[in-house]
Design a protein around this ligand. Sequence first.
Ligand SMILES: C[S@@+](CC[C@H](N)C(=O)[O-])C[C@H]1O[C@@H](n2cnc3c(N)ncnc32)[C@H](O)[C@@H]1O
Length: 209
Amino acid sequence: MNNLFPPSEFDDWAAGYDRDALDEHGFPFDGYSTVLRTIVQLTAPRPQGSILDLGIGTGNLALLFSEKGCHVWGLDFSIEMLKLAQVKLPDANLALNDLRAALPPEFPRLYDYIVSAYTFHHFPLEEKVDLIRFLMENHLRPNCSIVIGDIAFQDAAAEGDLRRRFGGEWEQEYYWLADESLSALTAAGISAIYTQVSSCAGVFQLTKI
Ligand SMILES: C[S@@+](CC[C@H](N)C(=O)[O-])C[C@H]1O[C@@H](n2cnc3c(N)ncnc32)[C@H](O)[C@@H]1O
């Protein structure tokens, strides 16, 4: 398990996070709102459905599900992010938890929808795939999907083009490369459909094969 991105970094970012993300210009938040809306569209939630948001942050994605009448459950390991999410989502069930640990005991075991935005790029590909498979096998209702929007590129060439364009703004993390990710997911028994949404972000719709 890598710990390159500790909770303290996100605590420090929490107060300024919405300003950065909702500005949407440049790297890495080009197309942020469209990414969140695409996640909702691909999930197609029904009112009263239960949703688990992984790395809920300040709650921007979960808010869209709450507006559709869903019951929101959210995890994050940054207490400062969670405090802001709770203000936006007074009825949501939130817990301070590392996504790579077991779900908190008070959380339900199964969900209709599992989603995440701008969080999985903190994990190397193998960890991403292991976590998705674990969630699919243990916490998703049958015939449901996991939808993840994140910083992602079709391949290493597309990532390289953008890295050169953004120069100094670029910070290398475990950004998704769709070509290698789709192969790794398929090999793990997960069917994945990828949609590039902006210059630096895309959405994966994931179901069990
Ligand atoms: C870039 S923010 C994205 C927040 C929100 N999902 C959004 O789209 O605006 C990443 C979030 O993931 C959380 N996070 C990162 N690694 C985590 C981990 N291992 N366990 C739990 N939360 C994590 C951070 O604390 C942060 O709130």
